[in-house]
Structure formats: C-alpha cells, structure tokens
Design a protein around this ligand. Structure first.
Ligand SMILES: [Zn+2]
Length: 408
C-alpha cells in the first residue's frame, strides 16, 4: 500500500468501509489520520483559546457546552451532571455499536491556568510544535478523543458494543467530583483509555498513587523570656518527629514520603503550643499505604519533648494504576499496531498520579487500563507547554486501530 498516493488509499478505504467489507490496512488508517490532522488542530485551537482553570465556572461551562455539541454531532447520547463539589460538569457520551466489547475513553478538560492566560499567550503553531495553555494537558487529549471518534464515524465502524466518553472538569484539583463516576464507569467497560499526554512516544502501564500525611504536635504556650520552662515546645517536638519520619519512604518499592510544609508559632517571644507539617507520599505498591500508616504511628511514639501530644494522619488521595498484566497486554497490542506503521512505542511507568488510578480495579482483569494515549507534549503546567505536531497522526491512528483490533 506504500505505492498508493495517500488520497487514493483514503478513497479506497472509504469505499471498503461503506461496503462493511475488507478491513482497512494500517497504512490506510494512518493516511486517514494524517488527513484529519488540520481538523484536529482547529479543534485544539478552539479548546485552548478558552481558559478552563479548575474551579472557573464561565470557562468550564463554555468549553463543556462546546464538547456536548460536538459529541452530539458525532451521534452520541450525551448526559451531563454537575461534578459537585467541583465546579463544572462531568460529560458522559455513549455510542452504541453492534459488537461485544465496551470501551471507555476519558480525560479532563480543566487546566491549571486561570482566566486571561489564553489571551496573554494564545494558541500558536510553529514548524514542529503547537503551544498554548493546556495544549497537551489535556486539551490535546480531548481533541484526540473527538477526532478518533470522527475517524471511526467516517469509517462507519460500529464494532464495539458501547463506546463511552467521559470528560471531567476537575482532575487538576484531585477529581473530587468525578472520581466516583470514573470508578463506576470503568467497572462497566472492558477497556479504559486515558488521554493524558506522554512526554515521548509511549503508553503508560503504571502510575503512582498520591497520599498526604498530616503531622500535628500540641504543646503548651509560655513566655519565652520570663517562663520558658513552663512551656512545652511543639516546634522542637515537630523537628524531632520530622527527622524520624523522614525515612518513611521505600526506594525498593518506589515509595517516596517527602515533608514539604511546616508551620509553628505565633510570635517570637512565645513558646509555640502548636506545630504542624505535611508530607507528599507517592507509591506504586498498593500495600504501601497501610505500611506507611502503621510505621508512622509507631515512630511518632518516640517523643523528645515531654508532655506534648503528637498525631499523624494519612489522607488517601488518587490511587495508583498498579503494575498489572492487563495493562501490559494492552501496551503490547498498542506497540504491535505502532510497528505496523514503522514506528515504535514503549510502555512506561510514570511517577505522576492520574485519573487512571480511579479506573483501575485491583486484582481484576477488567477493565484493562492504559494511560497517556494523548498527544506527545511537554512543559506541562508551565508557560512553554507544547505538543509535537508529528505525533498527532500516529496517535489518532493508535486509538482507532486499538479499538478496531480489540473489538474483534
Ligand atoms: Zn492532566
């Protein structure tokens, strides 16, 4: 098929699809994805041009309405529900097919950028890259889903049973108003694809979970000049605890615990009665949450300042997409499909936490979850965020080819 001009291949493949007969070749699918690229970029520009920082009602409403309109135009049944306690709507679109497999494609449409950012540094394209707030994270992924659906529509492909799309408005603040929905939807699907951006041509088979530890020391206030011995210095005890608790991580298991915030005291002449600190915990091994909790409780009993009360609490955040066979199998399928267009794709584990963690069900083969199916990009959350234009067509091809292959 390399001998054909792409437009001839495209015409042929469309003719085949209309007849619901021969399967288009990988080269056909890639040619169609290439032809879709300008439309993908138009969509991306319109999405990036409206700021949707988490919690900003107007922007999220405007982009949400646009997404609903586009999903309906693609033939979906669309439902929206307020993502309470977050601002904005969860948007769920359903396409009914005639196959036996269920697919969930999901990504967030909020960004970390407040109103006015897009006006200050609007969407722009140079020879190799496109720039703008949220262009990769994750509006590039939103557009990836929309245009993969467009391609499947153009091919009149209906080989799935249910193809569900979820766009959520609150990932950048922890997905408080969408995590439950993600978990529920994921359990009803065979495959979950999440569209965060990879920083290279890769798919992600494991992500880290995130927890927060809160340490509190209560002491007793006293005048630091005239009666310091009557006080119980919470700050000194906090310092003692931080040194002890700094070893909670486990490099062998990929667990990190880093103390990042601390606060104590009101005035320099008062022995502080209260001191607090917070730690960021990242982990990949599901048993680590309990292990860290248990170790922390044991360690804080070793106190240095008498008559102080020390407590440590672990708050669970996003769970990990733990290493698992189903995700590895999906990555292998994705890699095979990439090889067919003479490109290579590597499976990676990443240290970020993402919504894929809410989709993953421990000790279950279903759903199989794969992360970073979005467009390749970098500089996330920064002024120089960009996507690689060369990755658009292969990545569109990947989603389309994966769905076609797995639906068989
Ligand atoms: Zn993101």
């Amino acid at each position: 098929m390399h001998l054909f001009h792409p437009s001839i291949a495209l015409a042929l493949s469309l003719a085949c699809a209309t007849a619901q007969a021969a399967e288009p070749s990988p080269q056909d699918l890639l040619a169609q994805a290439r032809a879709e690229q300008p439309h993908y970029l138009d969509t991306l520009k319109s999405l990036v041009s409206i700021d949707t920082g988490t919690g900003t009602e107007a922007g999220l409403a405007q982009v949400g309405a646009e997404l609903v309109k586009r999903l309906k135009a693609l033939g979906a049944q669309v439902q929206t529900q307020a993502a309470t306690p977050s601002v904005g709507d969860n948007i769920v679109a359903t396409f009914k097919g005639n196959g036996s497999k269920d697919f969930l494609l999901m990504v967030h449409y909020d960004t970390v950028f407040g109103p006015g950012t897009a006006a200050r540094r609007p969407f722009r394209i140079d020879a190799q890259r496109a720039f703008g707030p949220g262009v990769a994270d994750a509006k590039g992924g939103v557009a990836m889903i929309l245009h993969a659906l467009k391609l499947l529509n153009d091919q009149q492909f209906k080989g799935y049973r249910n193809l569900t799309v979820l766009f959520n408005p609150d990932e950048e603040m922890g997905s408080a108003g969408s995590k439950q929905l993600i978990a529920e939807l994921a359990r009803r699907h065979d495959y979950v694809f999440s569209y965060e951006p990879p920083d290279q041509d890769a798919v992600t088979v494991a992500t880290n979970g995130i927890n927060r530890l809160r340490l509190e020391v209560k002491g007793r206030a006293a005048h630091a000049g005239s009666a310091p011995e009557q006080g119980r210095n919470a700050l000194i005890e906090l310092a003692n605890q931080l040194l002890q608790l700094n070893e909670l991580g486990d490099p062998a298991k990929g667990t990190t615990v880093n103390w990042t915030l601390a606060k104590a005291g009101e005035k320099a002449n008062i022995i502080p009665a209260l001191a607090t600190a917070e730690a960021d915990m990242r982990y990949a091994d599901l048993s680590e949450t309990e292990r860290v909790q248990t170790d922390a409780q044991r360690i804080v009993k070793r106190q240095r300042v008498a008559d102080t009360q020390v407590s440590v609490v672990l708050e669970k955040g996003r769970p990990p997409l733990a290493k698992n066979a189903a995700s590895n199998q999906l990555a292998a399928t994705a890699s095979d499909l990439y090889n067919k267009i003479d490109l290579s794709l590597i499976p990676i584990a990443m240290r970020f936490g993402t919504d894929a963690g809410y989709a993953y069900v421990p000790d279950s083969a279903k759903p199989a979850v794969l992360e970073t199916l979005g467009v390749v990009g970098a500089g996330l959350h920064g002024d120089d965020e960009y996507i690689e234009l060369s990755s658009i067509a292969p990545r569109l091809y990947l989603t389309v080819a994966l769905i076609r292959q797995l639906a068989r």
